[in-house]
Ligand binder design. Sequence first.
Ligand code: SAM
Length: 244
Amino acid sequence: MEIPLFFYMAYKDLDRLSPGSEDTTLEVLDKIDADGNLNILDIACGVGTSTLLIAGYFKDSTVEAFDLFKHYIDRLDEKIAENNFQDRVFTYVMDMRDPDFANEDFDIVFCEASAEIMGFKKALKDWKRLLKPNGYMIVSDVSWLQKPSAESRDFWKNTYAEVDTIENKISQIKEDYEFVDYVVVPKSDWEDYYKKLEVNLNKLASDKSAKDFVKQLRKEIEVYRRNSDDYSYVFYIMRKLEMK
Ligand SMILES: C[S@@+](CC[C@H](N)C(=O)[O-])C[C@H]1O[C@@H](n2cnc3c(N)ncnc32)[C@H](O)[C@@H]1O
């Protein structure tokens, strides 16, 4: 699937399509008690900065990564070649709603800042079949860190209805998985990401067809800056129980 032009321009040359950093990804991976010849899946990998970090961290692993947009996969393929990962990192254009992999194929399934596309609860239910027994699921989702302001609540009610407290997310996880731990994406990751995004949005300012899209992203940034204590992406780390 091809990416809309103004969408492409907004995220052009960003190394991440969501707030994140090497430190945060590595903090998350440190929570996993597994090594050796692992099979790992990165769902909605974007340009694959985390895909490559995962491949570097689990040195004997095979990593498969997919995204709906070919443009991002092409960019990731370039980086795979630059890093000499061609023999163990593989990419696909694929829809997260219908991942074309066998049941129990993976030791780890990772999805950063993308589960909201189909909804956290549905994602956990649908993707569970991909995990081997005792395999790890790592999914980040926007979550309340404290009682949100009216502005935060209104913004997210209209953007992603499943934003919820960390406590409630953990309860949802426990319906189907063993909960392991969580990691909150720090404010510095959001600021770095938004600063880079704003540079691109400024370049798009004269494009009338992108007006509504740019307005929505600027609003997202303003709301975050006024309410950065209220919410963040939170990585949830969980395990598929053998019997569940
Ligand atoms: C917010 S970005 C996150 C990308 C990457 N995980 C990161 O954190 O940089 C969301 C990603 O989901 C991809 N995407 C959107 N709809 C999708 C779908 N139905 N299936 C797979 N990927 C999808 C987008 O192309 C984009 O790369």
